[in-house]
Design a protein around this ligand. Sequence first.
Ligand code: ADP
Length: 579
Amino acid sequence: MDLRRRLPPRPPSTTFLNQQKAVTDGEDRSPSSTKAGVIDRSPSPVPKASDALPLPLYLTNGIFFTLFFSVAYYLLHRWRDKIRSSTPLHVVTLSELAAIVSLIASFIYLLGFFGIDFVQSFITTARGEEDSFVLEGEVEHHSEPKPRIMDPLPSLALASEEDEEIVKSVVCGSVSSYSLESQLGDCLRAASIRRQALERTTGRSLLGLPLEGLDYDSILGQCCEMPVGYVQIPVGIAGPLLLNGCEYMVPMATTEGCLVASTNRGCKAIFASGGATAILLKDGMTRAPVVRFATAERASQLKFFLEDAINFDTLSVVFNKSSRFGRLQNIQCSIAGKNLYIRFTCSTGDAMGMNMVSKGVQNVLDFLQNDFPDMDVIGISGNFCSDKKPAAVNWIEGRGKSVVCEAVISEEIVKKVLKTTVHGLVELNMLKNLTGSAIAGSLGGFNAHAANIVSAVFIATGQDPAQNIESSHCITMMEAVNNGKDLHISVTMPSIEVGTVGGGTQLASQSACLNLLGVKGASIGSPGSNARLLASVVAGSVLAGELSLMSAIAAGQLVKSHMKYNRSNRDMAAIASTV
Ligand code: ADP
């Protein structure tokens, strides 16, 4: 079913992507365009019969007008010549025949054109009835099983009759939900229609899940498919975090009570003790394809070739062609029988870099195929990368940014702000974060709650939350220094995967949080420095979080403070029954 037939005419550009570009360029003046968050919900214009033309109306008219008058002129000339030379008028040449056919065709078109408004007036009057007829007809012929249609829910406020028809088509399956954006050319409207269809098919209300207020154009083709709204997550602020001499207010998106307050307390203790220092140890994103050979011997030959320093320059030229920012740093191979796992590491500027590194790897694989035609590429990712899974390779070798961050907290601050003792903290760290985690067989989890802070900062700043797995690898160390009076605390995090361009970082709210930290977008002067700074801020915030939670546990305050900040007094049963 072609929705466009009953939708407002699209601008001359025929593809949806072109229209998206026009919107972002500020060129779109169509009534349903979305600009700077202001949504025009005025009723859509009535469709016109001329919408059926393959070319824009003005262009079609121009062609037929020109054709009509030029062939008429030509035929009149020929007529005059024949009269002068006494040639019979019915004897026509091939070109005259073509001219006559063109004249008739353009005449018919022009007749239709002048009569089009007249015809349109009839079409418009009968449109409502015709649409419902067509829809019913299409539903009849649809062979796929139809979803159970529940009674419309009271929360559904339909935008227009036109939208109501489309909702029905989505519900009965004659229009696919995923194609709404491309068919309608209006992302908010598509989300609204999809949402209404979803509510009807499930019989469940989405009341409480906001629809308006998100720029759906900005997520199209990049962040989320088939949107029906967005989840609201509160953003709290911890800080100032005094790190490498600069102060940062750290945005944290979380629904866990206590978390921001606790991190804030850690920031306060760090600030009062003169600040923390973060050092970036490594910066390289990885991707590891798996390739297979007929023998382990051949797989070994490729391993030796790739790890031979003589070949590195050639391979990096091939790899680096993929991007201005992706620069190959290292290739590390691991063999399992006839299979070779090749872990490429490259710098990626301010991007988190998964796309960038994958493109570079593809270039190298294509190149290797010349010298190793028997190489069978099984997958561009063979899990030796290793992305979004706990893996020792990231813990040991690092992935993304490897950062170590430290601070010395004075005895006085430990007592006054953290309400505990240096000795108590050191002992707890030894028995909990080191020994306890060892007993548990932990992989990179030698910390109290690094994942809490990493996730909250990741969500606020548009990072990939699934990369929280390896980004939260952290070992927290505590030691009494200065004759046992003060506390030296450090967090070592080998695989913080962050970027300030690409993915969710470009969305308005996430971008605002990056802006707050002073790391929004690409760093012009020093590409990569924004992403590196963001990784340092993540590590600094984890340091603050570790300090505070460990202190709460050491002081026996954990349960008490959670009962105060993390428990609602509201009647949960009553809330559940209202949904
Ligand atoms: P990712 O690899 O993290 O998925 P993408 O490769 O999709 O990110 O996005 C990065 C895009 O941003 C690339 O097209 C790159 O050319 C562009 N870009 C612009 N400035 C920078 C920068 N300073 N650092 C990294 N990429 C940048």
